[in-house]
Design a protein around this ligand. Sequence first.
Ligand code: HEC
Ligand code: HEC
Ligand code: HEC
Ligand code: HEC
Ligand code: HEC
Ligand code: HEC
Ligand code: HEC
Length: 503
Amino acid sequence: MKKTFLLASLFLILMVILTLKQGRTPEWSDYQKEYFNEQISELQVQLGAIDNENKKKQVELQIASYQNRKPEIIDLILPNGKVERCKTCHIGIEEISSSHPSNTFGCVVCHGGNPLSLDETTAHAQMYGGSHPGSLNVASLSCGGTGGNGISCHANNQEQAKNEVDLVKTSIMSTKAGELSVVRMMFGLDKTKDVPGLAKGQVASLYPHPLQGQPSERGFKEDCLSQCHQSEGNLPVPQGLTSSNTQQGTAQVKSNGQNGDNDKVQGNGCEACHVLTNPTHTYIGDDTTIKANDIGHGMVHRLTTQIPYTQCNQCHNQGNHDALKMSFSVRSDMAKVVSDWKAGDTTWADRLSDYYLPGEIFARCEVSLDCIDCHTRRDVMGDDKLHTSQYDAVHLQCLDCHGTKERLPLTKKIENLNDLAFEEQITNSQFPALQIGDEIVRTVKDEELPFLRHKGDNWIQSSRITGKTFNVPLVYGSKCEQTLDEQGADSCHKCHDQSAQHP
Ligand code: HEC
Ligand code: HEC
Ligand code: HEC
Ligand code: HEC
Ligand code: HEC
Ligand code: HEC
Ligand code: HEC
């Protein structure tokens, strides 16, 4: 009797659980509802600002359509017939870029995962690099993989310049070989820039015994070599951004790693430059699965080649290293730098005060232009060589744009449509129209500066970020007092120094 009762109760409980389970709406429908609601609120805000009746009607219709919309499974059908359902949960995710439209690329080509699953855990199993598919340890599978059409993406191409995945891995920004070499020389361990046994592409923080066991070694590894590089180096995160600290002018940047959550902010390969971030490294887009306070994301799901100086300054111009004490001191004006960054667009005066560390020496153009208006592809994405010094890695020189007392800048006449320069047209909307016969500037090391053109008597540079144009003044024919064989920036800065404006 007791037994039957027990069995009956168990059966009942089981039935209740099963009914509850079936009645519960699937997880994905909640993300969709949240997305519809967010869209409705945004449209309602817009509605308040519209005074044109027709436009008002349109927006009201849009609102109604979201109100009536029922969650449903979203099948993305790719040209090769494969079906992907990631958008069932990630309904609000932005298009990643116009060269990777989601209706031909889908999601899995970059992210991996199981495209048909509607369960978070199984859908995400075997994803490449979690939220960072461009991390260099997985980039060969994602960015360097093979597209649905069988064409290799950013690796395994005949032209070396198109194998960004292999190049970036060897760049000094990914390896930190320069800092390893400089400090070893300072400590008297090596006589030259060569670091014994260091292989091309080897990350310096993994180099065994970088200071051969000296007491500073631990500090050197933890506070220097493992910070601020693109192979998952920790990035400094301005602290207390959301609290009142910033207003009080005491924002701090601390090297992360000491505070659990901050561990997620890293230099992740390709997205370190190509996905723009805000100072809090948080996502502000429309995908409702990504929480607003989850740090370690770009601002929105979008790749860009219009990389402003603030993005480079996630690592550069943040403060000073002291290689004897193995310490890093944050620049004293960080609070202003961060608040300008948060505010977005900056005036010339803001740029001047935020761009470089106080006391740094620079000419006017080093503030007017963004880093990538000057630094070439090989400067930023590597040239497949093992460099152990920044000076060796940099290809660009002042004379590439300004010429010398004896000659004009070098140029190249565009003669056919296969020229690499035309690719900029696809990836950068600020690229000024280019025609066969146009003259672009070419560096002494034979790289193209396609945003700098020679037209008649003028040398005109367009900003890659804003499209703003500048006249490049030439040394040739000017009253410049430079010495012909002293073309390094340090020599020029002796006379061309604007840093008095930013003491
Ligand atoms: C059942 C719903 C669901 C499906 C289906 C789904 N995801 Fe997600 N995804 C989520 C949720 C929820 C998060 C946020 C997880 C978190 O914050 O821990 C997320 C996060 C992510 C992230 C960021 C990872 C991270 O750790 O922050 C990526 C990338 C991602 N999903 C890609 C995909 C891809 C690609 C697919 C299809 C193969 C997919 N997702 C299918 C629900 C889903
Ligand atoms: C061209 C490659 C590419 C494609 C295609 C792509 N993504 Fe991503 N995705 C990325 C990159 C790069 C990031 C890292 C962004 C960052 O640093 O925050 C990312 C990040 C994410 C994240 C984390 C949120 C964020 O922005 O940080 C989610 C979720 C995600 N992707 C979902 C998807 C879904 C769903 C699709 C298909 C509709 C998709 N992705 C298609 C490259 C891609
Ligand atoms: C994730 C951190 C990080 C980001 C982001 C970053 N850099 Fe760097 N960069 C470094 C480090 C670290 C070095 C020096 C490495 C060394 O000396 O060992 C460096 C060196 C350089 C050099 C000198 C060596 C070379 O390769 O030519 C240039 C130029 C440069 N960076 C430009 C840029 C530009 C332009 C951007 C933005 C588009 C940028 N960096 C973004 C970390 C970064
Ligand atoms: C240090 C910053 C930085 C990193 C890291 C970086 N890129 Fe770039 N990338 C740039 C800049 C700047 C440009 C535009 C330069 C140009 O075309 O001259 C660019 C352009 C590109 C282009 C467009 C080429 C064109 O002709 O317009 C592709 C494709 C590309 N990068 C892929 C990658 C991939 C893949 C990775 C990761 C393996 C990566 N990048 C990492 C800075 C970076
Ligand atoms: C007006 C052009 C220009 C701009 C803008 C510019 N650079 Fe440079 N940069 C150069 C030139 C030219 C050199 C090589 C200097 C030499 O001759 O020694 C250089 C050298 C460097 C070096 C090598 C080490 C050193 O300090 O000399 C690094 C690192 C660097 N730049 C990073 C950056 C970053 C990051 C930005 C943006 C925040 C930037 N540059 C903006 C032209 C520029
Ligand atoms: C990519 C091309 C480019 C490179 C490389 C470059 N410049 Fe310039 N330079 C310009 C442009 C554009 C202007 C005009 C800027 C403006 O109007 O604000 C300019 C203006 C100048 C001027 C006149 C303005 C002034 O400061 O009074 C000087 C001097 C100068 N640059 C020095 C340098 C030095 C030194 C270097 C190397 C560190 C350098 N430039 C590298 C493009 C370049
Ligand atoms: C000994 C001082 C001195 C040195 C070193 C020097 N310059 Fe000059 N430069 C001048 C003077 C003086 C002028 C004329 C300024 C004027 O006309 O107002 C000038 C003019 C220029 C101009 C034209 C500016 C304009 O507005 O027309 C450029 C560009 C320039 N220099 C670049 C350089 C570069 C690049 C270097 C390093 C390779 C360099 N200069 C080294 C003193 C110097």
